[in-house]
Design a protein around this ligand. Structure first.
Ligand code: FES
Length: 104
């Protein structure tokens, strides 16, 4: 099992045992972490926005073009911004640390 360390929109920290092979968004949604994820992971709604901790940015890989286009439309984008549906959770990401972005 691999952990995901999460700070929610109220600044509260917690951790979950992540399921390998599904997206970070699905892991957060399945554990009631305030993500609307309206499009269900189709990279078209941006309601699964999270901030990846600096230490993990290189490990999760780069944003894809579609993701960049959606993030450009948001007001609260930061260097660590990602759409959590575009990151597949794997053993390599054990300890992934992230914050749920504000609702826009
Ligand atoms: S769930 Fe819609 S963009 Fe990620």
């Amino acid at each position: 099992m691999a952990k995901i360390l999460i700070t929610n929109r109220d600044g509260e920290q917690s951790e979950i045992e992540g399921e390998i092979g599904i997206s970070v968004m699905e892991n957060l949604r399945d554990n009631d972490y305030e993500l609307e994820a309206i499009c269900g992971g189709q990279c078209s709604c941006a309601t699964c926005h999270i901030y990846i901790d600096d230490a993990w940015l290189s490990k999760v890989g780069a944003r894809n073009d579609e993701e960049n286009e959606l993030l450009e439309e948001l007001d609260c984008v930061q260097p660590g911004s990602r759409l959590s549906c575009q990151i597949e959770f794997s053993e390599d990401l054990d300890g992934l640390t992230l914050t749920i972005a504000p609702d826009e």
